[in-house]
Ligand binder design. Structure first.
Ligand code: GDP
Length: 194
């Protein structure tokens, strides 16, 4: 995909703030620190569009990136962040659930999982939720540059131990924001959903 324009049009906390133009959306989800901001910056070829974890004051909002004025990438806030209070976690759950369950123009859910770790309980919940709402899912194993090439096939097995990567409408990719491995394949999956 050729990225002509990207604009962060909205940081939403409720459905009233979602874009109203009915264009297709793809949600990007994953636990905090999984490499989601780095992936967004890498695929959009922008250095600091999405703020990485080290940025102070990172807020829990749904960020809508309008790409080529044609569709939206929706950055779902990272879950499983230890410093968040119980009350914040509950509000956050409601916000994500409201978005996922009510959004008809949501075409697919990307679930990021760190190549070095087994999926967490939160990852499994997010995966099952995406299956429950019946959206196509792309599981992306991030930071693959940290794994020796001879071990890459083990990443698929490790993730498969908790998540059914062979299920209908589920795709899998390894990815690196550092080397940009599989940026093209990532866009290809997105184009197929739009
Ligand atoms: P987020 O919280 O999911 O948005 O994660 P970030 O994008 O902020 O990344 C968390 C940490 O992982 C940062 O220190 C990044 O530099 C690092 N990181 C992210 N993606 C990659 C990658 O593909 N390869 C390597 N080696 N490090 C990465």
């Amino acid at each position: 995909m050729k990225i002509k324009t990207v604009e962060m049009v909205m940081s939403a906390v409720s459905s009233k703030q979602y874009p109203t133009d009915q264009q297709s959306e793809i949600a990007l989800s994953g636990r905090s620190n999984v490499g989601k901001s780095s992936l967004i910056n890498a695929i959009l070829n922008r250095k600091k569009l999405a703020r990485t974890s080290s940025s102070p004051g990172k807020t829990q909002t749904l960020n809508f990136y309008h790409v080529n004025e044609e569709f939206y990438l929706v950055d779902v806030p990272g879950y499983g962040y230890a410093k968040v209070s119980k009350k914040q976690r509950a509000e956050f759950g409601v916000m994500i659930e409201e978005y996922l369950t009510t959004r008809d123009n949501l075409r697919g859910v990307v679930l990021l999982i760190d190549s070095r770790h087994e999926p967490t309980a939160d990852d499994v919940t997010m995966f099952e939720y995406a299956q429950y709402i019946g959206k196509p899912i792309l599981v992306v194993a991030t930071k693959i540059d940290k794994i020796k090439p001879s071990q890459h096939n083990k990443v698929f097995k490790q993730i498969s131990s908790k998540i059914d990567l062979h299920a209908a409408n589920v795709s899998f990719l390894t990815f690196s924001a550092e080397t940009k491995l599989h940026v093209e394949e990532f866009w290809q999956w997105i184009e197929e959903q739009l």
